[in-house]
Design a protein. Structure first.
Length: 134
């Protein structure tokens, strides 16, 4: 496999894996809005978000994620995904300070995902495999 083919395949697999994780987070806002509201309260200091607000946030996320997985509007969609992951990663700083308490070790998985989001943003022009915007 050529270098460019390997790069395109790697970028596609990274895009699919990041999409999968973020899709689950978006769906959680529809399926379990009370859980999402607790997450927003604890990590983003936004208390009292109702299920209708969660549904609106999730709907916006799904539109962005659709563009992301389809590889369209890359500058915008890849940037928003990167920003969302950056905020999510940095807002969990307390969990990094006590990694062996409870399930805090799981939060460290956010860092390679953040690196993957940054990589996709920086290499967005090379991410052409199964992309509608070639």
């Amino acid at each position: 496999m050529s270098h460019s083919a390997s790069l395109r395949l790697s970028l596609l697999l990274m895009r699919i894996s990041i999409f999968t994780v973020m899709l689950m987070w978006a769906l959680d806002k529809f399926i379990n809005p009370s859980h999402s509201a607790k997450v927003f309260e604890k990590f983003y200091f936004m208390a009292g978000l109702e299920s209708s607000i969660m549904a609106i946030i999730a709907s916006i996320e799904l539109v962005i994620l659709a563009g992301f997985i389809l590889g369209i509007y890359k500058r915008l969609c890849y940037a928003v995904v990167l920003i969302l992951q950056t905020v999510s990663t940095l807002s969990s700083y307390q969990q990094y300070l006590s990694p062996f308490d409870g399930s805090h070790l799981l939060f460290f998985a956010a860092w390679p995902m953040l690196a993957g989001c940054l990589m996709l943003y920086l290499l967005r022009e090379d991410d052409r495999l199964l992309s509608l915007n070639k």
